[in-house]
Design a protein around this ligand. Structure first.
Ligand code: ATP
Length: 252
């Protein structure tokens, strides 16, 4: 994966590119039904968003794709790979990058070690070194603070680190859970710039967010989740102009 967009963007023809297909996926926590039979797909190089209020089932959907919560049935494929047969700890090896809600960086390790841990599934070689250089190019602050402890970074810097760490594995698709959580409007703008750049570079992304404005700016298509189900789908542009979405999710 190249993080530097022009003049050589990745295209859907990249050999490792594959469609993520989620079909009839449900998640239950004991008696609580968090996700009810949802379906969507992310084409190679596409950027898809899932928006919804607190408790709509967005995080449960991402965690179910990652195998971090038990799935109550459904099909999850990346190309012809059946992800329901892949253990959570092997997902990275199969090209699924995951930026969890709340960042979860390793606070007692340096920024550099956090990034290198992102590449644990790869052999350390010149290619890894060049990915690290690209992550530093994308997030200059991570290069400048390379020897600082991750726990000493601000929330926004930790978010950059969490994204950079996921990119170190050269994912085929990147799943992001609420990267804007707890960040100031300026930092949300920084996140949008980064996601836009990754999108221009052709990285497939699935972005879960409460911040609809950020999501519409960073994606081409979106789903609106309500009470565990898909309430609406459309292009991000269409949805951003929908009167109900504008009222409920954009506060306009
Ligand atoms: P948020 O934006 O607050 O993260 P969300 O849209 O991501 O919300 P989920 O976190 O997926 O929603 O939660 C969906 C439903 O599942 C909610 O009713 C929530 O209370 C419930 N839930 C989530 N995790 C658990 C759990 N570990 N045990 C029991 N119920 C859970």
């Amino acid at each position: 994966m190249k993080l530097i967009p022009a003049p050589r963007p990745r295209t859907p023809a990249t050999p490792s590119a594959a469609t993520l297909t989620v079909d009839d996926l449900s998640v239950h926590y004991g008696g609580v039904r968090a996700v009810s039979s949802i379906g969507f797909s992310v084409e190679p190089g596409a950027s898809v968003g899932i928006i919804g209020a607190n408790g709509a089932g967005k995080t449960s959907t991402l965690k179910a794709v990652m195998g971090l919560v038990p799935r109550g049935g459904g099909r999850i494929m990346l190309g012809d790979l059946d992800l329901t047969r892949v253990r959570a700890r092997d997902m990275v090896r199969h090209g699924i990058g995951y930026v969890p809600e709340g960042r979860h960086v390793f606070p007692g390790l340096t920024v550099e070690k956090n990034l290198l841990l992102g590449a644990y599934a790869r052999a350390w070689d010149d290619d890894t070194r060049s990915t690290l250089a690209e992550v530093h190019e994308l997030f200059p602050v991570l290069g400048e603070m390379s020897q600082r402890l991750a726990g000493a970074l601000s929330g926004g810097q930790q978010q950059m680190l969490a994204i950079g760490r996921a990119l170190m594995a050269q994912p085929r698709i990147l799943l992001l859970d609420e990267p804007s959580m707890g960040l100031s409007p300026k930092l949300v703008g920084d996140i949008l710039r980064v996601l836009t750049r990754l999108r221009e570079d052709g990285l497939s992304m699935l972005l879960v967010e409460q911040n609809a404005k950020l999501t519409f700016g960073a994606t081409s298509h979106c789903l609106v989740m309500e009470n565990g189900a898909v309430a609406m789908t459309g292009t991000s542009e269409e949805l951003s102009e929908d009167p109900r979405v504008r009222q409920i999710y954009l506060g306009l």
